[in-house]
Design a protein around this ligand. Structure first.
Ligand SMILES: *[C@@H]1O[C@H](CO)[C@@H](O)[C@H](O)[C@H]1NC(C)=O
Ligand SMILES: *[C@@H]1O[C@H](CO)[C@@H](O)[C@H](O)[C@H]1NC(C)=O
Ligand SMILES: *[C@@H]1O[C@H](CO)[C@@H](O)[C@H](O)[C@H]1NC(C)=O
Ligand SMILES: *[C@@H]1O[C@H](CO)[C@@H](O)[C@H](O)[C@H]1NC(C)=O
Length: 373
């Protein structure tokens, strides 16, 4: 008899445990969802179709019952393999696209290298009399495409590669950050501390910081005084005819403007500008690293939809993560990163949404036809 009571009691406690487990196991209240949602919304704000698909997939995420899905479906988010995830294959695909679209505006914004060419052109036109320079006046685009400028072409290629590596680092960082929305509802306490901060591994932060450091340094090295001398000598020889004094003053002025372009990952306080620890908040200082000092030419634009005040406020820079050995990996590369080139023009939103509604309609149609037959 006692034995039976014990069994009943044990069964009841097991049942209540299961019940309390499933009470917390809710995709609607997934603690990473709100943060990831804001970042996704900011990234997908420009494209109407992307915005729509983002909305649909977010809704599906929230309405799903958490379950373990195949490693294949988790794809590059398979760090959360075997856990009760709210992600599905399509959301993982959306995250991949988000990581790429995030870096597109960074690639397409004028970098310090384009500014160098612009500044050269304006100094040329200001300092040299019309008789010694090309007529009609040379424009920056003509310089960028002038194949006879061998030295400039080399530096142009080099800075393009630095820029591509920078974009790849940021893409992997965004992808890794967003993947954390796939952590299982049954494993939240492994990854989130009592303050609600996401635990991330030191190793993945190091990889991101190192990749950002290397790319920024690679880009900054283009602007050493001796490199500037070679570039300016070549440009002056190509565009100024028989006037050493104006050539000298153009070179002097451009070099003085670029004497400290402020292309750095050093925040001046012993830390990094690209820290790797603010996952879902405003990272624009890091993202603007290759633009250099805003005084180089005009003012720096702000990335993403920062003209949109309401979205801007969603991404205030804050530390939303903490280093922990059992944390998540925030640096996740993807084969898709290979489409990143200097122009970013191959990055486009492409997504075929599996539409459950049209599937239902199709099934109804089949049922209707078979009824008639
Ligand atoms: C070159 O242009 C700068 C900026 O407009 C001006 O201050 C300077 O006097 C000019 N130098 C010469 C030699 O024309
Ligand atoms: C050379 O350039 C300087 C500065 O623009 C100008 O004052 C001078 O007249 C030019 N000399 C010739 C020969 O064009
Ligand atoms: C800014 O964002 C808000 C909220 O998402 C949206 O309603 C509004 O249309 C956006 N405005 C622009 C100009 O994109
Ligand atoms: C970008 O697309 C063009 C045209 O499809 C292709 O030739 C080129 O290789 C692509 N670049 C990269 C980096 O994938």
């Amino acid at each position: 008899m006692n034995k039976y009571i014990l069994i009943v009691l044990i069964s009841l406690s097991v049942l209540s445990l299961v019940a309390s487990e499933s009470a917390t196991a809710d995709c609607k209240t997934h603690p990473v969802f709100d943060k990831a949602k804001n970042l996704l919304n900011v990234i997908f704000t420009q494209d109407k179709r992307a915005k729509h698909i983002n909305k649909v997939l977010q809704k599906r995420f929230q309405e799903r019952s958490p379950k373990s899905i195949s490693d294949n479906d988790l794809g590059f988010c398979s760090g959360f393999s075997g856990q009760k995830t709210c992600c599905d294959k399509e959301l993982v695909k959306l995250i991949d696209q988000a990581a790429l679209l995030k870096v597109k505006p960074i690639l397409q914004t004028k970098s310090a290298f384009s500014k160098l060419i612009n500044v050269y052109v304006s100094q040329l036109n200001r300092n040299c009399s019309a008789t010694v320079i090309p007529s009609p006046p040379i424009v920056p685009k003509a310089i960028h495409t002038d194949k006879s400028l061998k030295i400039l072409s080399q530096f142009k290629l080099a800075q393009g590669n630095c820029k591509i590596n920078f974009a790849k680092a940021l893409s992997a960082f965004t992808r890794g950050s967003l993947c954390s929305v796939c952590m299982g509802v049954d494993k939240l306490s492994n990854y989130i501390n009592a303050q609600g901060q996401l635990k991330i591994t030191q190793q993945s932060v190091n990889i991101f910081q190192q990749a950002a450091d290397n790319a920024i340094k690679c880009f900054a090295d283009i602007f050493t005084p001796s490199n500037l001398d070679s570039i300016l000598n070549e440009l002056n020889a190509a565009y100024i005819k028989n006037n050493d004094s104006c050539a000298a003053s153009v070179a002097k002025n451009v070099k003085s403007i670029f004497s400290n372009p402020k292309i750095t990952n050093d925040d001046g306080q012993g830390g990094k500008i690209c820290k790797g620890t603010s996952l879902f908040s405003d990272n624009s200082l890091c993202e603007q690293s290759l633009l250099g000092d805003s005084s180089l030419e005009f003012t720096n634009p702000r990335f993403l939809s920062f003209e949109n005040e309401s979205l801007d406020r969603l991404l205030v820079e804050k530390l939303d993560a903490i280093i922990d050995p059992s944390g998540v990996n925030i640096f996740v590369s993807s084969p898709k990163d290979q489409i990143i080139d200097e122009s970013g023009k191959n990055i486009t939103f492409s997504f075929i949404l599996k539409n459950s509604q049209s599937k239902l309609a199709f099934a109804a149609l089949i049922a209707f036809i078979s009824l008639i037959i």
